[in-house]
Design a protein around this ligand. Structure first.
Ligand code: HQG
Length: 187
């Protein structure tokens, strides 16, 4: 019985986390969002409870603090998404000056285009990159059972003026990567 309740709670957390990502990354609807992407935590909680009446503060805090990916950030009772946005906000992250190689996992079809045209943000504000091939593979697996892993020469790109930002331990962001810094990863 306890196991079933635990599983139901996990499933509810996943649905609420997806709703939070939708609101904070793409469409805040009637929530007041500032230029850095933060909304008032109580307002967000109220909004979530309109859809998920069982949601409470401790459940949301579990999502923020204990999910397998760190998707959200809290500051002074305000909350924002750390990456994934399509709405125009300023994340104001500190530029990363140390990472040498980054990875990007994608479909074989997209990889072909990326090697020709470069990595573009597509529907989001930034290109999303991974610090390890394993993480890149899991990103690619969202779209295909046979992900292609691309290797980005971040050190060379940085020398040429490209700026990288570390949003979380698993996610780096940048505006665009030219094909000259991208190659297929050797398996
Ligand atoms: C592709 C998830 C054709 C790119 C993940 C990708 C990540 C191109 C797709 C985060 C292209 C965009 C973001 C070009 C890029 N031609 N295709 N020139 N340039 N693409 O979802 O990186 O679970 O916007 O390869 O784990 O897949 O939501 O980006 O396939 O961290 O927290 O265009 O979202 O995190 O797809 O994923 P996405 P992404 P969450």
């Amino acid at each position: 019985m306890a196991a079933i309740i635990g599983e139901m709670r996990e499933r509810l957390k996943t649905r609420i986390s997806k709703y939070m990502s939708y609101l904070l990354r793409h469409n805040p609807e009637n929530l007041k969002i500032d230029e850095y992407g933060f909304v008032d935590f109580n307002e967000l909680l109220q909004k979530i409870r309109e859809k998920f009446p069982n949601a409470d503060e401790s459940l949301i805090m579990e999502i923020v603090e204990r999910s397998e990916k760190k998707r959200f950030e809290m500051k002074d009772r305000r909350i924002r998404a750390l990456y994934g946005h399509s709405i125009p906000i300023k994340l104001k992250l500190r530029e990363d000056s140390s990472v040498k190689i980054l990875y990007h996992g994608t479909t074989p079809e997209a990889a072909k285009n990326i090697l020709k045209d470069g990595l573009k943000p597509m529907r989001r504000r930034w290109v999303h990159l991974s610090p390890t091939p394993e993480i890149a593979r899991s990103v690619g697996l969202r779209r295909t059972s046979h992900p292609v892993i691309l290797e980005i020469d971040a050190e060379k790109a940085r020398e040429d003026g490209v700026k990288f930002y570390r949003a979380t331990e698993e996610v780096y962001l940048c505006d665009y990567i030219s094909p000259k810094y991208i190659k297929l990863m050797k398996e």
